[in-house]
Design a protein around this ligand. Sequence first.
Ligand code: DDH
Length: 286
Amino acid sequence: QEGGASATAEKTKADYQKVYNAIAEGLEKEGYDDGSLAPVVLRLAWHSSGTYDKDTKTGGSNYATMRFPAEGGHGANAGLKIARDYMETIKKQFPWISYGDLWTLGGVVAVQETGGPVIPWRPGRIDGFEVNQTPDGRLPDAAQGAKHMRDIFYRQGFNDRDIVALCGAHALGRCHSDRSGYEGPWTFSPVSFSNSFYDLLLNDAWQWKKWKGPDQYEDKKTKSLMMLPTDMALITDSKFKPIVQEYAKDEEAFFKDFAKAFSTMIENGVPTEQFKTKEPWNMESS
Ligand code: DDH
């Protein structure tokens, strides 16, 4: 039979669209969280990419090193086995795709299928080895503030605008006390990608939650929504705040900036010559 490399080289956009469609088809899951795997699948794409360090050119989505026990066991990655296991069912149907391509495409599917912007994406990542794993501590710590966020995201080559845009992903999903220790969703519609994270952050009244868990905020009115200390830093920092205000008013601006920053994030650390096309593709939403 064909070798892996030549089999991969022949794949077209239509083949990858089939993978996209298969991921999209299985996202709905009754009884799980808010009925969809999209949030946790997006988080897998981000945690596999957000380890990038521009100075050493290590980390990022290229080698999908979260497959290995050390990186998979990093505290920040708690709970992501659910997303990796889901992706494994897709990998069984399309064994020719690399894990890095699969996981990043999953992020694209999660954003697009929940109503977010089209995220330009292209294939080319390769499966790496245990030696390619990144050290613990490259992903943000929710207990910290603006300086820490800048340290983490500037290291990946992002600026303040990118940071605020990327954090809007918290429109999706929720925190789980058995994963991060934190608890609850950020918005009332955690399976729909929108700018509501910014609106709630700015316009709701927030107070510290009184509980035994880690320090987090709750909304005064319903006590059913949450914000992390890092989320709150987006409105206490004088440079971040005007960008939050802009995105709260202008969803189109948020979508445009998010798409650009997230598309960059999932390509960080992948050598240009590895990509199979010159320009990223816009995959079709279902
Ligand atoms: Fe996040 N995030 N995130 N996040 N994130 C959590 C959940 C989700 C931080 C901490 C947490 C981004 C940035 C940050 C998503 C996407 C993105 C949880 C809860 C914590 C804690 C995990 C759990 O208990 O299950 C911090 C800190 C930052 C930061 O920037 C400082 C970014 C950039 C993204 C992105 O996708 C671009 C998503 C989606 C979730 C919901 C997961 C789920 O299972 O639901």
